[in-house]
Design a protein around this ligand. Structure first.
Ligand code: NAP
Length: 233
């Protein structure tokens, strides 16, 4: 008899599945029975990611509003009800108080903050239709205000602190609709962004995303997680 998955019959969208942590999150959700809509910037990359998990492909550039809206339209056409939305795509730009450029801050804000805000807004219909949807934002402790920031990577840190505010605020607003919204830190992950010296594999990082994607109705919301445990904002 086939194994029952915790996400059987559910549809999930994962952004940024062309490389890095995204493909591992897609695989973890698919292994639990979800039909995964794999997003990538290009149609070819999205098709490759979708083929790996028997999912469906959606494509668009998340750095611009038109790209975000195009992604939302493809998702709504494929999934009238969207149970899980994982905002994983992200960019890292470095810089200090002395040399950060407006262009670098804007690049981080566009993909790391404005895309999750717009994509969530555009997908509210399918999320509401799911009855009990979970939104997961792959953030970073580099946006954690309570621990005191270490300096450097100013554009990235500002964007992750901002997206954390989006999570806390939106979780309150969407709770009456039964939609759970949480942020997570994946660890220091061995990807193009994290580098070869990083200590965590994408598969290990995906565990927290799966944990948050499978939270039950009435589960924790508006919180920040690492290794499946709540951490301070
Ligand atoms: N790696 C770490 O140590 C670490 C630590 C903390 C948090 N995080 C967070 O984890 C998430 C995934 O990071 P990662 O390490 O997997 O990074 P990565 O290897 O650099 O991959 C980034 C992903 O985001 C996509 N992306 C970037 N800009 C995009 C755009 N404009 N439109 C569409 N897709 C876009 C990339 O697509 P393309 O291939 O088309 O560029 C790629 O799929 C990010 O949100 C990151 O901030 C990572």
């Amino acid at each position: 008899m086939p194994r029952m998955g915790t996400l059987d019959g559910q549809v999930a969208l994962v952004t940024g599945t062309s490389r890095g942590i995204g493909p591992a999150i897609a695989a973890a959700l698919a292994a639990e029975g979800a039909h995964v809509l794999c997003h990538a910037r290009t149609a070819d990359a999205a098709r490759r990611a979708a083929a790996a998990v028997n999912g469906s492909a959606v494509a668009g550039d998340l750095a611009v509003s038109e790209g975000v809206i195009a992604v939302a339209r493809q998702v709504a056409a494929l999934a009238p009800a969207l149970h899980v939305l994982v905002h994983n795509a992200g960019v890292l730009r470095r810089g200090s108080a002395a040399d950060t450029t407006r262009e670098d801050v804007k690049a981080c804000l566009d993909v790391n903050v404005l895309a999750p805000i717009e994509l969530t807004r555009e997908l509210l219909g399918p999320l509401r239709a799911a009855g009990h949807a979970r939104v997961v934002v792959v953030s970073s402790t580099m946006g954690q205000l309570s621990s005191g920031m270490g300096g450097g990577s100013l554009p990235y840190r500002v964007s992750k602190a901002a997206v954390n505010a989006f999570v806390a605020n939106t979780a309150t607003e969407l709770a009456p609709a039964g939609i759970i919204v949480n942020a997570m830190h994946p660890g220091w992950v061995r990807t193009d962004m994290g580098g070869a010296g990083a200590t965590v594999t994408p598969e290990q990082a995906a565990r927290t995303a799966l944990y948050l994607a499978a939270l039950p109705p009435g589960g924790q919301t508006g919180l920040f997680f690492r290794d499946c445990e709540q951490i301070a904002w």
